[in-house]
Ligand binder design. Structure first.
Ligand code: ADP
Ligand code: MG
Ligand code: ZN
Length: 622
């Protein structure tokens, strides 16, 4: 993919040359011109002229003397002022008017205007004319920023080339690729569709969480389609000057119409496409509304059969103005979701192909460990792994690099220099083993992959990495309950061993509560409420933002159910841990000493015959 740029170089060169010429003129020519009327003479000449009675007026300044002669058109002279105590006497004797103010021909203001402003204005005018000429030659392109390109769309135009991004560079996202392939096909063979009477949608909206490859997909479309591709980000419409956004939209569509068939891609369309609300007319967002209105008008205005297709991308479809989603505008929605296990593996492979690596890497294991990661995060994982390899002086990426960078990217960088006190380390060890033990003892919970008590910058003191055995979308009530008791396991272990609790469980508490609340209010998993939705999920992608949709009495009852549910799961965790107290001590001791414990080590200790109780890491008597 090559970007077509306005040839700016010659213009810059022109301005540089102009500046140099200007400076030269100012240094040599103008002083001569302006000072041409003033003649410099020596002090002795001045005295001679004075004696000869040739001088008419004299003006004595701090360091020079200006005087005129008695000619019909008086000439102005200048001479340096000497330390001459007899000067006044001499002037008196010669009978000249020596208090006079001699007006020099050119005032400083005039000379400034003449020597700087006028030439600059001329140069600018000339430059403008030249630019116009160039633009004409380019066929009125107006693609890049000329000196005065206010109101131009500034959309980057791409022309297809063999080096571009192809669909093959986008791993997973098969559905999205299918839809986009159809669009590309339409632009290449419009006849095929016309014959049968099919009309292509005017616009398609790529919708999905950040980092899932929406922009990448659009670039792939540009690489695959053999038509011009205009790309612009929503934020580029938002300009300093009111009315500019709207005129940019107009310009963009004018260009697109000219180049049809072509594709227009508006990234992050939510910046201009937000819902319009009446309140904003009181000031502030008028500009954005105007821009959006212009966009709507343009989308209605152009002829769909001409082959201009509008792609747009957003993370926040729910914030878009409904008018944008009406038929005839962005009537096709292309979901671009977070990758599943297979997708994650493929994305890792795509990015790993670009680095030098050990041929036997197990991408499946990494993909499993990176559950929930977006494409951008997976790309980052591979890059971090490569950086780690370099740091350690190797020239290939190993499995261990990838494993480490999963943790770095998912859980924040390891902060080896952040020192935990021994007591803190011990508490964290028990806390983390508490989670893992409860998880492992419940049949449906995911087995533990790795636990570490090396602090992360994310703020988590310990970190239990759980690996889902396979992807599953449906979770049973029992599985959810087990998850909650796993969340409570950390605090539970602390309480059982130390008889006091710490702040370390705040995140667990949050997650357990969220899950319990969802079970009651969203998933209909209590007998009391049955299948009644008590919560409205407003924002699908940015998490949270769930608002209650029930009466205050029901809300109070809901809270009671949630508390009850969490407490019941806490009791379950407490029982599980109490029954396996010696295992808890044994595992915590191992973790405390090694700082890290893998899934296998964990299971080996858990399944080994019970060791002697003297191995406790923590003795209450101490
Ligand atoms: P979005 O626009 O959805 O926020 P981007 O398209 O900007 O995400 O993705 C950022 C980067 O993440 C891409 O440049 C690419 O390196 C990587 N990436 C994301 N999704 C994928 C994918 N499906 N396949 C390969 N790489 C991906
Ligand atoms: Mg993007
Ligand atoms: Zn915890």
């Amino acid at each position: 993919m090559k970007e077509v740029k306005t040839p700016k170089k010659p213009l810059i060169l022109f301005y540089v040359i102009a500046l140099v010429v200007l400076l030269a003129l100012n240094m040599f020519l103008f002083p001569a011109l302006i000072n041409g009327q003033i003649e410099q003479v020596g002090y002795s000449d001045f005295l001679q002229m004075l004696e000869d009675g040739k001088i008419d007026q004299v003006q004595v300044e701090s360091d020079l003397i200006v005087f005129t002669d008695k000619a019909e058109k008086p000439q102005i002279y200048e001479t340096g002022k000497m330390d001459d105590p007899n000067l006044v006497e001499r002037l008196e004797n010669a009978g000249v008017d020596y208090g006079a103010e001699i007006v020099k021909e050119t005032s400083p203001l005039l000379s400034f205007l003449l020597s700087w402003l006028l030439p600059i204005a001329l140069m600018l005018l000339l430059g403008q004319l030249l630019t116009r000429g160039m633009m004409k030659k380019l066929g009125g392109g107006g693609l890049g920023g000329s000196a005065m390109s206010f109101g131009k769309s500034n959309a980057k135009m791409y022309v297809p080339s063999t080096t571009g991004i192809k669909f093959a560079d986008v791993a997973g996202e098969d559905e999205a690729k299918e839809v986009l392939t159809e669009i590309v096909d339409f632009l290449h063979n419009p006849k095929k569709y016309e014959q049968i009477g099919a009309k292509m949608p005017k616009g398609a909206l790529l919708v999905g969480p950040p980092g899932t490859g929406k922009t990448l997909l659009a670039k792939a479309v540009a690489g695959e389609a053999n038509v011009p591709f205009f790309s612009i980000s929503g934020s580029e419409f938002v300009e300093m000057f009111v009315g500019m956004g709207a005129s940019k939209v107009r310009d963009l569509f004018a260009q697109a119409n000219e180049k049809a068939p072509c594709i227009v891609f508006i990234d992050e369309i939510d910046t201009i496409g937000k819902k319009r609300d009446g309140a904003s007319s009181l000031g502030g967002n008028d500009e954005r509304e105007q821009t959006l209105n212009q966009l709507l008008t343009e989308m209605d205005g152009f002829d769909g059969t001409k082959g201009v297709i509008i792609l747009a991308a957003t993370n926040r479809p729910e914030s878009l103005d409904p008018a944008l989603l009406r038929p005839g505008r962005f009537d096709r929605r292309v979901p671009v979701e977070l990758p599943d296990l297979k997708g994650r593996e493929d994305i890792l492979k795509v990015h790993a192909a670009k680095v030098r690596r050990d041929p036997n890497l197990d991408f499946n294991a990494i993909a499993r460990a990176a559950a929930g990661a977006s494409g951008a995060e997976l790309a980052n994982i591979v890059n971090e792994a490569a950086l780690r390899a370099v740091r350690q002086g190797r020239d290939t990426v190993l499995q261990s690099d990838l494993e480490e960078s999963v943790e770095v990217v998912i859980a924040g960088y390891q902060k080896k220099n952040r020192i935990l006190s021994d007591k803190e380390k011990l508490i964290v060890s028990y806390h983390e083993v508490g989670h893992a033990l409860v998880a492992a003892l419940q049949t449906h919970s995911a087995p533990v992959h790795k636990i570490t008590i090396i602090p992360r910058t994310s703020g988590a003191l310990g970190y239990t990495m759980q690996v889902e055995e396979g992807e599953h979308y449906l979770m049973s009530k029992e599985e959810l309950e087990n998850k909650i008791s796993t969340f409570t396991g950390g605090r539970c272990a602390e309480d059982l061993v130390f008889r006091s609790v710490t702040t370390g469980a705040s995140n667990d508490i949050e997650q357990a509560t969220r899950l319990a609340r969802a079970m009651v209010a969203q998933f209909g998993m209590t007998e009391e409420f049955g299948m009644v939705a008590l919560q409205a999920q407003n924002n699908l992608y940015l998490g949270g933002d769930a608002s209650l949709a029930c009466s205050p009495q029901t809300a109070a009852e809901l809270d009671r159910r949630v508390i009850e549910l969490v407490k019941r799961q806490y009791a379950k965790a407490e029982k599980l841990i109490s029954d396996n107290m010696s295992k808890l001590h044994e595992l915590a001791k191992f973790l405390y000493e090694q700082e890290t414990i893998t899934g296998e080590e964990f299971m080996r200790i858990l399944e080994s015959p019970i060791a002697m109780p003297e191995g406790n890491a923590y003795n209450e008597g101490e």
